[in-house]
Design a protein around this ligand. Structure first.
Ligand SMILES: [Ca+2]
Length: 156
């Protein structure tokens, strides 16, 4: 598994299914493997950051750099496990964990005010100022409550 010219065996498919908690069918795993091999141009067994960025839909996503940190260098099995989080069948806990990782900019296990500001910078670019972003965050009670629950920010 991992070589573009290789095929998945039934054992490989079942192994990947187990690894992603059966959130993908066997046919879906075969399709994902074909796409994985297309993106893994040098048949290294993983998709590099450059290869991910060659997918226009991915490159255009304002959060692509954050997602890249999570997927860069993953082998097929771990890549499918990552993708399974986006499945409608994934648990709420899995989805929350992914969102948390996207927001935890400095990967310190906490989502702080500064992490949220970083995400807003990625999403808005230079269209709004840091001051305007701060006002947006501070005027959102739900967001503030989340930061208090999951962060350890001394600002408040
Ligand atoms: Ca953080």
């Amino acid at each position: 598994m991992g070589n573009a010219s290789s095929m998945l065996t039934q054992y490989d498919i079942e192994d990947v299914q187990d690894h992603c908690n059966h959130l993908f069918s066997q046919q879906e795993i075969v399709s994902l493997y074909q796409r994985f091999c297309q993106l893994d141009r040098n048949s290294k067994g993983f998709i590099s950051a450059d290869e991910f960025m060659s997918v226009p839909e991915f490159a255009m996503n304002p959060l692509s750099q954050r997602l890249l940190k999570m997927v860069d260098g993953l082998n097929f099995k771990d890549f499918v496990a990552f993708l399974s989080t986006f499945s409608a069948k994934a648990s709420t806990a899995q989805k929350i964990e992914l969102i948390f990782k996207v927001y935890d900019s400095d990967c310190n296990g906490k989502v702080t005010f500064d992490d949220i500001m970083e995400v807003l910078r990625d999403l808005t670019g230079s269209f709004i100022s840091d001051k305007q972003r701060e006002v947006q965050v501070e005027s959102c009670p739900v967001l503030l409550k989340c930061v208090h629950m999951f962060g350890n920010n001394l600002r408040w």
